[in-house]
Design a binder for this molecule. Structure first.
Ligand SMILES: NC(=O)c1ccc[n+]([C@@H]2O[C@H](COP(=O)([O-])OP(=O)(O)OC[C@H]3O[C@@H](n4cnc5c(N)ncnc54)[C@H](OP(=O)(O)O)[C@@H]3O)[C@@H](O)[C@H]2O)c1
Length: 278
């Protein structure tokens, strides 16, 4: 089963993809990291999330190895550092990323978080990249509702394709405002650190729900996010067993009792909270 999420353009992308933070930092681990990504692609997780920041370009080089010879199978996401996100700087950063990725296009290019550059400048850079075919779509990351509102007021800003944000069982604040805001505008979100970087996996409730289904805690955490039809989920795994485990989340459907148990442990927000980020 390949679950998909629809972008504002109408194009669909895999709901479950592959993260790459912490990859490319150590030369001796690179081959194994590329193998893990290739395994994920073989299993149908054909969306890869990376950034110029990760391993200071090293993660993009690992991705290049993983997608060599199979670029057309992959929906490739990368990100520009805020300090590079002037109009010209965005274009130059993208060109450097394309070289490291050994490809001629990035499918979705994101502003990693808000910095000092005016949004109008960054959007102008993104739009120039779309016109030249170097990127297909652009979006943002770590934007709260006020940032999204400001973006919507910028020329071309409504063409934003996604907001990539911290979202998992233990980080639910965005359900109060940002998730409904995006949903009302048909902007899918990308949930990063969906396992809270492993911190939530030892919780008793997660183990109990997993046991009821013969599943693993990681699969429950991912299935909990995948039940939304407008959330793209990008766990990072450099261990092959973890990659296979994560893929299994697509087969797991949580029921009302599971959701109630998870809500009791990690309640939904009852008031507005600023967006959390890592
Ligand atoms: N836009 C942003 O600001 C931002 C911020 C953070 C992350 N991200 C993106 O989101 C991706 C995912 O977030 P993340 O890397 O922070 O954290 P994560 O995906 O929540 O957790 C990754 C950690 O969980 C482990 N793991 C993976 N699958 C597992 C499984 N089935 N069972 C047990 N442990 C498992 C991994 O170990 P192994 O590696 O050893 O397999 C790794 O230590 C990143 O890689 C990055 O692409 C974006």
């Amino acid at each position: 089963m390949k679950r998909v999420v629809t972008l504002p353009s109408g194009e669909t992308v895999p709901a479950l993809g592959l993260g790459t933070w912490r990859m490319g930092e150590n030369r001796r681990r690179r081959a194994a990291e590329a193998d893990a990504l290739r395994l994920g692609l073989d299993l149908g997780m054909t969306l890869i999330d990376t950034a110029e920041m990760y391993g200071e370009g090293g993660a993009e080089e690992v991705v290049a190895d993983a997608i060599a010879g199979r670029r057309d199978e992959v929906f490739l996401v990368s990100k520009v550092y805020p300090h590079n996100a002037s109009r010209k700087g965005t274009v130059a950063a993208c060109e450097r990323s394309l070289k490291r990725l050994k490809t001629d296009r990035i499918d979705l290019y994101l502003l990693h978080w808000r910095g000092a550059e005016p949004l109008a400048e960054t959007v102008a850079g993104f739009e120039a990249l779309v016109r030249s075919g170097k990127i297909r779509y652009w979006g943002v990351s770590n934007f709260d509702v006020d940032d999204m509102e400001e973006l919507a007021g910028v020329e071309g800003g409504r063409r934003v394709a996604t907001d990539q944000v911290l979202y998992n069982l233990a980080r639910r604040g965005l359900e109060w405002d940002l998730l409904p805001w995006c949903r009302a505008r048909r902007i899918p979100i990308m949930a990063y650190s969906p396992l809270d970087q492993g911190r939530i996996l030892g919780k008793r409730v997660l183990k109990a729900v997993a046991a009821r289904h013969g599943a693993t805690p990681a699969q429950v955490a991912l299935a909990w996010l995948l039940r939304h039809d407008d959330v793209i989920v990008i766990p990072k795994a450099s261990d092959a067993a973890h990659v296979r485990d994560n893929r299994g989340a697509l087969e797991l459907a949580l029921d009302e009792a599971d959701l109630a148990a998870l809500d009791a442990a990690w309640p939904p927000p009852r008031r507005r909270r600023p967006l959390e980020m890592l």
